[in-house]
Write a protein of this length. Structure first.
Length: 380
């Protein structure tokens, strides 16, 4: 990163420049047949690639997604015209990730708080714009969706502030970590959407900014549960942003799995409690078997979209994001409900065996009675 000297205009004006990247994750189907997609909404589909700028394994450890770049949107924001760049990524786990990039130039970090819920002159928010695009995409690619959702559920959103300039003087000991220590409360206020940093307690400021990572002296990643701050050279944000996208998609999918498992379990409990369970047990058992296999496979595929080999910086960034999103807790919840499905399946299997044994016992008794009747008749 190139830093300005004290006499440069950027420093004297105390200007922060960069982009706000809005990340939205949607669960759209069980699976996605990516091979059949050539265009989406008239735009060509390409393979997403990342030019890694740091030490990394030789193997491709990022999940390879299909990508579409939509035409930029020209809108009027609160401070004048803005150009919104939209990128769409498709993942085979049945997920859609949409990023909206909006440039900014502000005098204070506090001024970026308004970008959390960016609203245009039309009265619509950035979320409403993206949601409409997501609905259009789902209609356009419906033929490539396996078991598509009836309607889009609530999105999983994450906001990332990407700074490519810092109004700080350079020196022998200057680093982004030092800058963070000096501006911790301000950064925390930005991430927590507080307009006045002085209102934040020291404890909250430290908690919101405690998960930060730096590879070089001039880059920084600060991760909170709802937003993040990135500092790096222009053009070098893609790697970390994609990590955040994948983690956001995992969260959206895990939440969708959790909702579906709740519905499946409620239906299973209801069916098991009915008097007709004796006759419907086989049907319920087959349905549970199919569901638990599908969920186990999809859960495994979801985990496989982020695999790392070795202790690299990107792996540490992902671990920080996953910790903020509580992905392990969500995964544990889903696995616990899958285990409950297994237990219900075992109960039904035991019931099935009991039914078979009961029928056999009844047949044996009937044969015994028939044999006695035959003996009595022959005795006469």
């Amino acid at each position: 990163m190139t830093h300005t000297n004290p006499s440069s205009p950027a420093l004297s004006e105390h200007v922060y420049t960069g982009h706000v990247v809005y990340i939205f994750g949607f669960d759209v189907a069980w699976e996605l047949k990516r091979e059949s997609l050539q265009t989406i909404l008239g735009q060509p589909v390409a393979q997403f690639k990342i030019d890694l700028s740091r030490r990394a394994p030789r193997q491709d450890f990022f999940h390879s997604a299909k990508m579409v770049r939509m035409p930029a949107l020209e809108r009027l924001g609160p401070d004048g015209p803005v150009r919104v760049e939209i990128d769409v990524k498709l993942l085979p786990v049945g997920a859609l990730s949409i990023t909206a990039r909006v440039p900014f130039r502000v005098a204070r970090l506090e001024d970026l708080v308004a970008f959390h819920d960016l609203r245009f002159s039309t009265g619509e928010t950035i979320l409403q714009e993206v949601y409409r695009i997501a609905e259009d995409i789902c209609r356009d690619i419906r033929g490539a969706l396996i078991k598509p959702v009836e309607r889009l559920s609530d999105e999983e959103a994450y906001t990332v502030f990407c700074l490519d300039t810092l109004p700080q003087n350079t020196g022998a000991s200057w680093s982004t970590e030092l800058w963070l220590q000096q501006n911790r409360r301000v950064v925390a206020a930005l991430l927590t959407q507080e307009t006045d940093p002085n209102e934040l307690s020291l404890q909250e400021a430290e908690e919101s900014t405690q998960r930060y990572l730096s590879y070089y002296d001039d880059d920084l990643v600060v991760v909170d549960w709802d937003a993040a701050l990135l500092i790096d050279e222009p053009g070098k944000f893609a790697e970390t942003l994609y990590l955040m996208e994948l983690a956001n998609v995992q969260l959206a999918e895990l939440e969708a799995y959790d909702r579906m498992l709740d519905e499946v379990l409620m239906r299973a409990y209801r069916d098991l409690s009915t008097r007709k369970m004796f006759w419907k047990g086989g049907t319920i058992q087959r349905a549970l078997r199919e569901i638990r296999v599908d969920f186990a496979r999809m859960s495994d595929e979801l985990q496989n979209i982020t695999k790392f080999f070795g202790d690299w910086h990107t792996a540490r960034v992902y671990q920080a994001i996953a910790g903020r999103f509580h992905l392990a807790d969500w995964q544990h919840t889903v696995e616990s409900k899958l285990k409950t499905l297994d237990e219900l399946y075992d109960i039904l299997q035991a019931e099935k065996n009991n039914r078979v044994m009961l029928i056999l016992e009844i047949l044996i008794v009937l044969l015994f009675v028939a044999d006695i009747i035959m003996l009595l008749k022959n005795g006469r």
